[in-house]
Design a protein around this ligand. Structure first.
Ligand code: HEC
Length: 119
């Protein structure tokens, strides 16, 4: 009897933990899908105008190819800041300040960041 209770007491937190991480994975998946859509949309991010990205067609080359992002941007906030306001890093940047000028919402920039970190 005591053992059964102990097993349940041990397993319950593990099961709860499992369901929490499961729903987080689904949330990530949704953000990644949304991020790619917004980044590729010519009327939204239009990132392909200047960057080669993933399987995007007809990319421009004014900006660097967005590859190996996780290795090059270990800090997510740095990547997000680059999209929010590239002028902070390079005052002469031709990349539009997507957040600062309200071209994209914070949620859209978050989603693009999640997507880019899969590249
Ligand atoms: C008008 C051209 C243009 C557009 C549109 C543009 N970028 Fe850029 N981007 C650049 C340039 C040029 C750079 C190089 C750094 C600089 O000059 O600021 C850059 C740099 C970057 C970097 C840093 C890359 C690195 O290797 O250091 C990221 C990340 C990035 N852009 C993401 C995006 C995303 C995401 C979008 C779409 C929401 C976007 N860019 C749209 C021109 C553009």
């Amino acid at each position: 009897m005591l053992r059964k209770t102990a097993v349940i007491a041990f397993l319950t937190p593990l099961l709860l933990l499992g369901s929490v991480s499961g729903s987080l994975a689904i949330a990530d998946e949704a953000a990644i899908t949304k991020g790619k859509k917004v980044a590729f949309d010519r009327k939204k991010g239009n990132c392909l105008a200047c960057h080669m990205i993933d399987d995007g067609t007809l990319p421009g080359n004014q900006g660097p190819p967005l590859v190996a992002m996780k290795a090059r941007f270990p800090d997510k906030e740095v990547l997000k800041a680059q999209i929010y306001n590239p002028l902070e890093k390079n005052p002469n940047s031709i990349m539009p300040p997507f957040g600062l000028h309200n071209i994209l919402s914070d949620g859209e920039i978050d989603a693009i960041t999640e997507y880019l970190l899969t590249l």
